[in-house]
Write a protein that binds this ligand. Structure first.
Ligand code: PEP
Ligand code: MN
Length: 368
């Protein structure tokens, strides 16, 4: 059961204390306080766990300071959709809004290699009206001998160049809590020219200690990849870990699943789950066609298999596309085989927006 309190409720005031005293006296009930600190207001919610069936919602709703009481009908208490649940379903970060109704493409480098490539990428994005990108500084690699990313050394020039080209949000994977502080420090030192959406990769979807640390901060939104070898439910519970620690600015990313032979694509595309995630949770859903498909193969119809997969995600209602581009894929230090070239960016964006428009038309047609 979720008790949603009036915005900016005074935690030392009598309404809050009377309510807490009452709830604390209920048998077999634990209370977890969840606070969401926004720019305009602080929202406080009380999560009641345990024998909640015995509690009458009307009783609790009649207490001063209570705005609404929601009975949680399924799992995913914080990120889930519940009956009569009117909690906000969008978030804004650095001027960009994310929700199940918005759409953004995050095209960029899988791994940062040189300042020149970063600049060419950012310039192409600006020329194509983009304000979001992906830039990998910390790369989790299968082989310990493979390039591990430039780490904190590349952050200053990545952030400065992002500022120079009007990029507002960079999706950037972290694999350790120290990376969060390194990003924070580099942003501070460079005068916050851009914003970062912290990415948790598929190899860390169930790194619960990392999830708790990233979930405890509310400065940066989070892009959580589904685990490539676990169930969707387990992956959504990972998102719930983030949210239950306080950060609800989460985008959930589908990126394909491991199959026994990994053929013919790097991963088995799971974008049919876009509407499922949107039904089960309130999270915006991203698709990553690059790490799913993993090749630049072109079908006999002349369309890149990667673009086919991306379109499947978008026509299913995806809110974000995370996609690898590189100014010189042959020189990329990570995942060059799946990177699209900069001259392919205008067509890719146009393709995705056409498919998005078609999705919106379908939504309208089905509602008529
Ligand atoms: C990535 O996006 O660069 C990445 C490594 O993705 P994943 O965690 O999905 O493999
Ligand atoms: Mn990659």
């Amino acid at each position: 059961m979720i008790v949603i309190l009036e915005p900016n409720i005074d935690k030392n005031g009598s309404a809050y204390r009377t309510l807490l005293d009452h709830l604390s006296a209920l048998p077999n009930i634990q209370i977890r306080v969840h606070e969401e600190i926004g720019t305009q207001q602080t929202l406080t919610e009380l999560y009641l766990v345990g024998d909640t069936l015995a509690i009458a919602t009307d009783d609790i709703a009649s207490f001063p300071g209570v705005e609404r009481v929601v009975r949680v009908s399924r799992e995913y208490r914080v990120i889930g959709r519940h009956k009569d649940d009117t909690r906000s379903t969008h978030f804004e970060y650095n001027g960009v809004t994310f929700s199940q109704d918005h759409f953004h493409v995050f095209a960029g480098l899988c791994a940062v290699d040189t300042p020149e490539h970063v600049e060419r990428m950012m310039k192409a994005l600006r020329e194509n009206g983009q304000v979001c990108t992906r830039m990998g500084a910390y790369k989790p690699r299968t082989s310990p001998y493979a390039f591990q990313g430039h780490g904190k050394n590349c952050l200053p020039y990545v952030f400065e160049l992002a500022g120079k080209y009007g990029i507002k949000v960079i999706a950037m994977e972290i694999t350790h809590e120290s990376h969060l502080s390194e990003i924070h420090e580099a942003l501070e030192k460079t005068g916050r020219p851009t914003g970062v959406m912290v990415q948790i990769g598929t190899r860390n979807t169930q790194n619960f200690e990392l999830l708790k640390i990233v979930g405890r901060q509310q400065t940066y939104p989070i892009l959580l990849k589904r685990g490539f070898g676990i169930t969707l439910e387990e992956s959504l519970n990972a998102a719930e870990y983030l949210a239950s620690e306080g950060n609800r600015k989460i985008v959930f990313c589908l990126r394909g699943m491991k199959t026994n032979l990994g053929d013919p694509h790097r991963n088995f595309v799971d974008f049919a789950h876009v509407p499922v995630v949107k039904r089960l949770t309130r999270l915006p859903v991203c698709v990553d066609p690059s790490h799913s498909v993993g090749t630049r193969e072109v079908g006999p119809d002349g369309i890149l298999e990667l673009a086919h997969a991306a379109a499947q995600g978008v026509v299913a209602g995806a809110n974000m596309v995370l996609v690898d581009f590189h100014p010189a894929p042959a020189k990329a230090l990570v995942d060059g085989a799946q990177a699209l070239r900069l001259d392919e960016l205008p067509r890719f964006l146009d393709d995705m927006h056409q498919v998005r428009d078609f999705y919106l038309k379908r939504v309208k047609d089905y509602s008529d």
